[in-house]
Design a protein around this ligand. Structure first.
Ligand SMILES: Cc1cc2nc3c(=O)[nH]c(=O)nc-3n(C[C@H](O)[C@H](O)[C@H](O)COP(=O)(O)O)c2cc1C
Length: 260
């Protein structure tokens, strides 16, 4: 049993992704509260290795519908926030602070951002993003992550003038739910025992997988799929959007790692 009679816990447990929005615009106070929620999130070394772009231009939103795997709810969301893993701000500051010159002087190697910096900046950006989701939820405002923002890196870089050490890790649509959100059923999750281990990792057996998926509400819809494993691969990890994500992220990584 988990603790239930706590407003924050109840909020977390009753959140569901909202994809249909009431067109009512959000007030500046509501937007500021959502952004401030993001900004108060924990951040590695208190470095805030992320930036947030509010996408208010309707043309940009319409373009995102297409570049993010044709998702019309992006254009209908009253608030769209793009979360960027951002090392550029620090590198620009290090440049004005003459850090490279100082390193040369004291015989310390000056390293440009690498894979670990990108992963840490992604952690920062995503943790900030989730805090904004919870802050919105507390105001009764629904949200939907758009993971497809990691597709089409070259187009998004151009659309938002992103410099070299900035990577768009997630996009979030926000808005008051259209209709009663309680009518959207909560999605299922796997039982804790398959997700949380103690002290060491456990790989699962075929029997475990069958039990793990027993109460899953997803259905097999692909006519080629004979079981849920084949359905999830064909519908998600093997789908065209995943193939595009892999291509796009490879290009972004190459750019990130290119020597200045
Ligand atoms: C990283 C990430 C990427 C996601 N990308 C999308 C997306 O592109 N489009 C969408 O409609 N929902 C997207 N979602 C929402 C998930 O589909 C949703 O969280 C999941 O189905 C569970 O439903 P729930 O949030 O209502 O519990 C994404 C969620 C996460 C965390």
């Amino acid at each position: 049993m988990t603790k239930q009679n706590n407003a924050t816990i109840n909020l977390i447990n009753s959140r569901r992704t909202i994809r249909a929005y009431n067109p009512k615009t959000l007030t500046q106070e509501e937007i500021d509260t959502i952004i401030q929620g993001a900004i108060r999130a924990p951040t590695a070394g208190n470095l805030m290795m992320y930036s947030i772009i509010q996408v208010s231009d309707q043309e940009l939103k319409e373009k995102l519908v297409k570049t993010c795997d044709n998702q019309p709810h992006i254009a209908k969301a009253p608030l769209v926030l793009l979360f960027l893993a951002d090392m550029q701000r620090w590198w620009d500051y290090f440049k004005v602070s003459k850090v490279k010159e100082k390193c040369n002087k004291i015989g310390k190697e000056f390293q440009t951002p690498q894979e670990s910096d990108l992963l840490l900046a992604c952690c920062d950006a995503l943790i900030a993003a989730q805090n904004s989701v919870i802050a919105a939820e507390a105001l009764g405002i629904g949200s939907c992550y758009i993971g497809d923002i990691i597709e089409n890196y070259e187009i998004h870089r151009e659309m938002f003038s992103l410099p070299k050490w900035v990577f768009p890790i997630t996009l979030i649509c926000f808005g008051y739910p259209k209709g009663d959100k309680n009518k959207i059923s909560l999605t299922t999750r796997f039982p804790q025992k398959f997700i949380k281990f103690t002290n060491k990792y456990s790989r699962l057996s075929e029997e475990n997988f069958n039990e793990m998926l027993r109460n899953d509400k997803r259905r097999i819809v692909d006519k080629e799929a004979e079981n849920m494993g084949q359905q999830l691969y064909l519908g998600k990890l093997g789908a065209d959007y995943s193939v595009e994500m892999r291509r796009s992220v490879k290009v972004a990584l190459k750019e990130w790692l290119k020597k200045d």
